[in-house]
Write a protein that binds this ligand. Structure first.
Ligand code: TZP
Ligand code: MG
Length: 216
């Protein structure tokens, strides 16, 4: 699938560890798709995460849902799993699989790279295979135990201005701060808990999508 920056508008990130109240990730993803999410990242991470065959099996189900919906299916930090699942893309952080290895092994895939400092952005600017940047946390987050300090919308604006690639913001994004994120020039919002913990997942997804649609 060819990358387009509009795919970053409402970017849902989740793994089985993010499920609450007996929710099942395939059901949550289906509902988020019905609400209009524009991309999905499969991120199994942390002490509760699945591994091996269970990770592969759930990934296959989620991959199929994204294929039917024609939205990119992106795998976090695992090029081999991305290949096995015929993913559209792979996303890596600064302390994940090395970006050089990912570029070498998956030049045909959409490549996302997490950058939260200006120096990291400047290095990413010259990596032509990198399609988009993920930056954050923007606000404090409940979904990542080892998150870096929050950069705030002031910090995000500086990263957006320095980047030649579109940036999707992540970390602590809620319905109340979507407009503030949009005002930085970010191409979209990447969220975990805003959708996984939403009372009305479908309507929350629609609200994110609308916040980043190109109408002014
Ligand atoms: N990377 C930086 S913050 C974060 C990740 C994966 C977690 C985002 O989760 P939430 O619930 O949207 O704050
Ligand atoms: Mg990662």
């Amino acid at each position: 699938m060819k990358f387009q920056k509009e795919q970053l508008a409402a970017y849902f990130v989740a793994g089985s560890q993010d499920m609450i109240d007996g929710r099942q990730l395939p059901d949550v993803l289906k509902t988020a798709i019905a609400g209009g999410i524009t991309a999905f990242q499969y991120r199994e991470k942390g002490p509760q995460a699945l591994s091996g065959a269970a990770k592969l099996k759930l990934g296959g189900i989620l991959r199929e849902l994204c294929k039917q919906a024609k939205i990119p299916f992106i795998v976090d930090d695992d090029v081999e799993l991305a290949r096995q699942l015929d993913a559209d893309g792979v996303h890596v952080g600064q302390s994940d699989e090395a970006i050089a290895k990912v570029i070498d092994e998956a030049p045909d895939m959409i490549i996302g790279y997490s950058c939260h400092t200006l120096v990291q952005i400047q290095k990413a600017n010259v990596l032509s295979a990198v399609d988009y940047i993920g930056s954050g946390p923007i606000f404090p987050t409940i979904s990542k135990a080892d998150a870096d300090p929050a950069v705030g919308t002031g910090g995000l604006t500086k990263l957006v201005n320095a980047s030649v690639k579109p940036i999707v913001a992540i970390g602590g994004i809620s319905l109340a701060n979507l407009d503030e994120i949009k005002a930085t020039g970010a191409a979209g919002a990447a969220v975990i808990s805003l959708l996984t913990r939403a009372k009305d997942i479908k309507s929350a997804a629609t609200t994110i999508r609308q916040a980043f649609s190109n109408k002014s």
